[in-house]
Design a protein around this ligand. Structure first.
Ligand SMILES: NC(=[NH2+])NCCC[C@H](N)C(=O)O
Ligand SMILES: [Mn+2]
Ligand SMILES: [Mn+2]
Length: 305
C-alpha cells in the first residue's frame, strides 16, 4: 500500500483541557523520539510546521461545568486553522498534542474539508475513555473529557458548529476502541446517542482482528479516515506517560495490529496524537511507543518494502 503523501506535523503544546499538567510537553517529546525522521525513513515527505501559539494554562481549580473555556477555544482555533491549511495543501495533518480537547479543532476542520470534497469521514477514536461528557455531566470540568460531545453538536456553544454545521460528525461516523473508563452519566449518553463503542471486553472476546475488520468494513476510496490516538488507550504498563491512565488496555501487539489494519485500507488522511505527558513518562518511552505505532499507521511493516 503506497501513501505517497506529505505529512504536516503540527505541535499544540498545551494541557488546558486536562486535570494533570504535562501534556503540553508532548510535541517536543515526539520530536525528541524522532517522529519526523521515522516517517521519512519510510519514504514519506515530512514538514514540521513547528508549534502553534496560545494562552498559558491558568490552572483553575476543578469546578462544576467547564474549566478554562477561553483558553480551550483559543487553542482549538489555532489548531482548526492550521489543520485546515494543511488539508488545503493536500497534506496529511498530524496533530501533536497537547491534550485531547484539541480534537475539537482538528476534527472540525477535517469535517469541513470532507463536506467540501464529498468525502465520507470516518473517525477511529483510540482511547481508554469515550470523552463524551458535557458540561452538565462532567465530573471534572475538564474539556479533554468532552471533545466527542462538542463534535456531535452537544457541547458548549463556543465549541460547537466550527465545521459549518452544528454537528461536525454524526454518531455513526465514529468508532471507539480500547474503552474501559466511562463515567456514570456518560454511559447514558453513549446509549442515547447510539455510539459504537468497542470496549476492552469486546476486544477480549472477539480479538483485535475481528474488531478492526468490523470497524473498517465499509471504508472505501471515498472515505477520509481520521485516527484520534489518545496514548492512554494503551496499557499504562507500556505507556506510563499519560495523565489519566487506566489499567487493562490493549497490548503492544494488539495495538500494532490495529494500526496495520488501518494502514492497509490506504485511506488514512489525518491523525491526532494526544495526551502524551513527559512529566509522568519513563525515559520518553511513551513518545517512543507513539512513534512506533504512527509508523505502522503510515504503512511500515516487518516484511513489506
Ligand atoms: N482525553 C482524556 N484523557 N480524557 C479523560 C477523561 C476523564 C474523565 N472521563 C473526565 O471527563 O474528566
Ligand atoms: Mn483517554
Ligand atoms: Mn481521550
Amino acid at each position: 500500500m503506497t501513501i505517497a503523501r506529505t505529512v504536516s506535523l503540527i505541535g499544540a503544546p498545551t494541557d488546558v483541557g486536562a486535570s494533570v499538567r504535562g501534556a503540553g510537553m508532548g510535541p517536543e517529546a515526539l520530536r525528541v523520539a524522532g517522529l519526523a525522521e521515522a516517517l521519512r525513513s519510510q519514504r514519506l515527505t515530512v514538514v514540521d510546521r513547528g508549534n502553534l501559539a496560545g494562552p498559558p494554562n491558568p490552572w483553575m481549580p476543578p469546578t462544576q461545568g467547564v474549566r478554562h473555556m477561553d483558553e480551550v477555544v483559543a487553542w482549538n482555533r489555532a489548531v482548526f486553522d492550521e489543520v485546515a491549511a494543511a488539508l488545503g495543501r493536500g497534506h496529511v495533518p498530524l496533530l501533536m498534542g497537547g491534550d485531547h480537547c484539541l480534537a475539537i479543532g482538528s476534527i472540525s476542520a477535517i469535517a469541513r474539508h470532507c463536506r467540501e470534497r464529498r468525502k465520507n469521514l470516518r473517525v477511529v477514536w483510540l482511547d481508554a475513555h469515550t470523552d463524551v461528557n458535557t458540561e452538565a455531566i462532567s465530573p471534572s470540568g475538564n474539556l479533554h473529557g468532552m471533545p466527542v460531545s462538542c463534535l456531535l453538536g452537544h457541547g458548549p456553544a463556543q465549541l460547537v458548529g466550527w465545521s459549518g454545521e452544528r454537528a461536525a460528525i454524526a454518531a455513526d461516523n465514529i468508532d471507539f476502541i480500547g474503552i474501559r473508563s466511562v463515567d456514570a452519566d456518560e454511559k447514558q449518553a453513549i446509549r442515547l446517542l447510539g455510539l459504537q463503542v468497542f470496549d476492552m471486553r469486546h476486544i477480549d472476546e472477539h480479538g483485535m482482528r475481528n474488531t478492526m475488520t468490523e470497524v473498517l468494513q465499509d471504508v472505501d476510496e471515498d472515505t477520509h479516515l481520521h485516527v484520534s490516538f489518545d496514548l492512554d488507550c494503551l496499557d499504562p504498563m507500556e505507556a506510563p506517560g499519560v495523565g489519566t491512565g487506566v489499567r487493562g488496555g490493549p497490548t503492544y501487539r494488539e495495538m500494532q495490529l490495529c494500526m496495520e489494519m488501518i494502514a492497509d485500507t490506504g485511506q488514512l488522511a489525518s491523525v491526532d496524537v494526544v495526551e502524551i505527558n513527559p512529566a509522568l513518562d519513563v525515559r520518553n518511552q511513551t513518545a517512543q511507543l507513539a512513534v512506533e505505532f504512527i509508523q505502522s499507521l503510515f504503512g511500515a511493516s516487518t516484511l513489506a518494502r
